[in-house]
Design a protein around this ligand. Sequence first.
Ligand code: NAD
Length: 374
Amino acid sequence: MLIGIPRETRPGETRVAATPETVKKIAASGKHTIVVEAGAGIASSIPDAAYETAGARIGQPQEALGADLVLKVRGPTPDELATMKSGAVLVGLLDPYDASGVEALARSGVTGFALERLPRISRAQSMDVLSSQANIAGYKAVILAANEYGRFMPMLMTAAGTVKAARLLVLGVGVAGLQAIATAKRLGAVIEASDVRPSVKDQVESLGGKWVDVPYETDEERQIAEGVGGYARPMPPAWMQRQGAIIAERCKQMDIVVTTALIPGRPAPKLIRADTVAAMKPGAVVVDLAVEQGGNVEGSEAGRVVMRNGVKIVGLTNLPALVAADASALYARNVLNFLALSLNVKTGDFALARDDEIVQATLICENGQPVAAK
Ligand code: NAD
């Protein structure tokens, strides 16, 4: 079988779907030819020669995209899709909630596996690209905030006087939020955090943060807040309103706010209104990690840092791509672990593991048709 690793072509995408470490494992059986497009790893600090040493051949884009099995980070562009062959297996972040994109993939005849649809079961943790990349985004969000903030993060006592520690609020404490708390703690910030899921309170406190509670007033609110399969669900308007009022009060005290709240397949919940931003301290920084899903913050703009009433709102997108080498290393291991459900790396035998619930959950198109989520 020919296995292709194309260079990613979406603007700002620096990651690559395989590294020399994973190529070596996929190539170990000697049964498959691996073609890495020339320059595919360079933005992740991986030269072509390192792939060759690991057992791959360096090739043209048409060869990598035209393979039987194509490993990618982002879904193919229309041009890339036109180069792929019908019946090829494609693995990557294929944007399964974009119905017209999935239709286009299906029409091309590829068998597509969208890693965003991995079930959140313990067996799938080693393949969980959303977690591995969200972890990086949470880290980088705090580093970007520190960069934009015109003061120190830690408390300092100097001969010229004392500098106060920054106060930092994290909204949405999933994988990205927890890493944002851990990173900010290492930098010396004083941290508060909130989430719709009550189970997160202990995790916030164990990382040294203070929990900001938004109480429930009905059983319905409590039930919705538990989420499904580890994911949040949209909260009723009454709860969102109470949350908005509590968050507005906390934001007035904050120097930095990092928002990470997402609901899969839906627009991100609006957690910070424009009037809340307007009431924040001059020099405060807000980082909106949900900006690509419509944003948690009113006034944030995808791909930009904007100033609103003296407050900077950072809306940079694809933060994992700013930590390209580690993001690729973790992503590539996730992909290899997913592949290992169908590929015996020792013998080289390959057969799609159709009975496996992980394989079933991630399949989004086959035989020219989209496959609905189970
Ligand atoms: P996510 O990226 O979908 O959402 C980020 C956070 O935003 C979540 O904590 C969510 O509850 C929160 N949120 C949504 N709406 C909100 C609102 N209106 N107000 C405040 N917060 C809101 O979530 P994630 O980081 O991908 O993971 C969610 C959970 O799943 C985590 O607790 C994680 O530990 C768990 N998880 C389990 C597995 C596994 O078992 N295989 C793998 C990964 C993650």
